[in-house]
Design a protein around this ligand. Structure first.
Ligand code: DOR
Ligand code: ZN
Ligand code: ZN
Length: 431
């Protein structure tokens, strides 16, 4: 038997209403005991005084680029980035090459994920090849292990086909994760429509591009009776529509990415690919509305849309760079700095958005430190400011607008199924 004892940390486990200093004993991959003080032998002791001990983070929205774009990221490097970010479960989107659009593809991805540092729960495409023409085998993919459905990177533009997908999703009890983007309306936009886009002379993406599909998908899910999750909400009206859906008692949830609550388009300093993602950085008004929506419980989840790309691809004008920034190694710090330090959320509420609620949406038995549950645990240091340095990332992607940003909330140790998969510095003492 192998035991890890985490000593005297601030144990934050909203699922069991715990927020108190104490010891956590892990034995054979499970949480064995939590108490104010545990005086027992352990193989490894982690001193956590002054640090937070939380359930491992669960990221519902990441892009691993395997198969097809291994130069951007592999399952292995993406999982290592997750571990470094305190994320113990990740859900990769299906826009790889080939697209993850069949039971065989799901099984292949799960096989590739077998020895990864963190848990990997794949998301399956809605249509074959994400071409938006023909439904994929939703029942078969769910049976093969798909955790959710998504056409991420685009919307299923054909409303009838999308409605059929929602009905299939309802029948198979699998949630739909919607990327909301009206393709025709988006035109060739590369950043938020507005003053800054005009100043830089770049084509804009209006809020309506997102809002019309957010509204459509809520309306159609209501009829189909399935669970709907809106990915990377970036506009104030997306949040408003989710609030309306919740008021009606509909099973609609929403996620916001750290970049959308941290940075507005007014902070784009130059026409450079590191500021380009889809949906784009929005106005200050949208950023404020999203933070309020997180605070009010309208937005349930913080996920990253971790989208690694090659350095050359991103080191050019927004006109030509691909959409997407990396996020796995900065999400907790940005959440802690902007939302907890910023006075919008308490630390337990941040843990709800980054672990408890994602687990609920997936219907998995995670997001808690309760005795007997799998020991997916993260330890973070909260009080010392540090500077984000993308050169330290485990991800192959270094594309982030947050390089050099001063933040709080540094991940110290990440444990998956009772195994230490990341440790910032040598603190473990063997007895
Ligand atoms: O910024 C984004 N990057 N948005 C998306 O919808 C797709 C993603 C990617 O795959 O790079
Ligand atoms: Zn997307
Ligand atoms: Zn995405």
């Amino acid at each position: 038997m192998s035991r890890i004892l985490i000593r005297q940390g601030r144990v934050v486990d909203p699922a069991s209403h715990r927020d108190a200093i104490g010891d956590v004993m892990i034995c054979d991959g499970k949480i064995e005991e939590i108490a104010p003080e545990i005086k027992r032998e352990a193989d490894v002791i982690l001193e956590a005084a002054g640090k937070a001990v939380m359930p491992g983070l669960i990221d519902l929205h990441v892009h691993l680029r395997e198969p097809g774009f291994e130069y951007k990221e592999t399952v292995k490097t993406g999982a290592e980035a997750a571990a470094r970010g305190g994320v113990t479960t990740i859900c990769p989107m299906p826009n790889t090459n080939p697209v993850i659009d069949s039971p065989e593809r799901i099984r292949d991805l799960l096989a590739r994920a077998e020895n990864a540092a963190v848990h990997i729960l794949p998301i399956a495409a809605v249509t074959l090849g994400q071409r938006g023409e023909e439904l994929a085998d939703i029942a078969g993919m769910k049976a093969a292990g798909a955790a959710a459905l998504s056409e991420d990177g685009k919307s299923v533009m054909d409303s009838l086909l999308f409605y059929q997908a929602l009905q299939e999703a309802a029948k198979n009890d699998i949630p739909m994760f919607s990327h909301c983007e009206e393709k025709n309306l988006a035109g060739g936009g590369v950043m938020n429509a507005g003053e800054k886009a005009e100043k830089l002379g770049l084509p804009g993406i209006t809020n309506a591009v997102e809002d019309v599909i957010a509204a459509r998908d809520i309306i159609m899910s209501k009829e189909a009776g399935n669970r709907l999750h809106l990915c990377h909400c970036s506009t104030k009206d997306s949040a408003l529509f989710i609030a309306m859906a919740k008021k009606q008692g509909l099973p609609v949830t929403g996620e916001v990415c750290p970049h959308h609550f941290t940075m507005s388009d007014s902070e784009i300093t130059e026409d450079h690919g590191r500021f380009k993602m889809n949906p784009p950085l929005r106005s200050k008004e949208d950023v404020e509305a999203l933070k309020e929506a997180l605070k009010n419980g309208v937005i349930d989840v913080i996920s990253t849309d971790h989208a690694p790309h090659g350095a050359e691809e991103k080191n050019q004008s927004m006109r030509y760079a691909p959409f997407g920034i990396v996020g796995l190694e900065t999400s907790f710090a940005l959440g802690y700095t902007e939302l907890v330090k910023g006075g919008y959320l308490t630390l337990p509420e941040l843990v709800e958005k980054m672990s408890v609620n994602p687990a609920k949406i997936l219907g998995i038995d995670k997001g808690t430190l309760s005795v007997g549950s799998a020991a997916d645990v993260v330890i973070a240091e909260l009080d010392t400011e540090y500077v984000i340095d993308s050169r330290e990332f485990a991800s192959k992607g270094k594309n982030t607008p947050f390089d050099g940003k001063r933040v709080y909330g540094r991940i110290e140790t990440t444990i998956v199924d009772g195994k230490i998969v990341y440790q910032r510095k040598r603190e473990a003492e063997r007895r």
